[in-house]
Write a protein that binds this ligand. Structure first.
Ligand code: ZN
Length: 75
């Protein structure tokens, strides 16, 4: 399957992925994804996206919590 952005070759990989929804940061690890060798574009299968959606909507208990450092760049 070629990359939908540049038509490059895609590789099946397991990646970490972060998504912010309604001001909350959700971190997913060990996510199966297709990553483009040329442009780095990431594609998830419909099944994987549905699973991530469910985790957020159903407020599943996370496997672990991580503290995230936040830096303001305001002058
Ligand atoms: Zn690409």
């Amino acid at each position: 399957m070629g990359c939908c952005m540049c038509g490059g070759n895609t590789l099946s990989q397991t990646i970490n992925y972060e998504e912010r929804r309604a001001g909350k940061l959700y971190s997913f690890i060990e996510v199966p994804a297709l990553v483009c060798e040329s442009c780095g574009d990431i594609t998830f299968s419909a099944k994987t996206m549905k699973r991530m959606d469910e985790v957020i909507k159903e407020r599943k208990k996370p496997d672990k919590y991580e503290q995230v450092p936040v830096f303001s760049m305001a002058a």
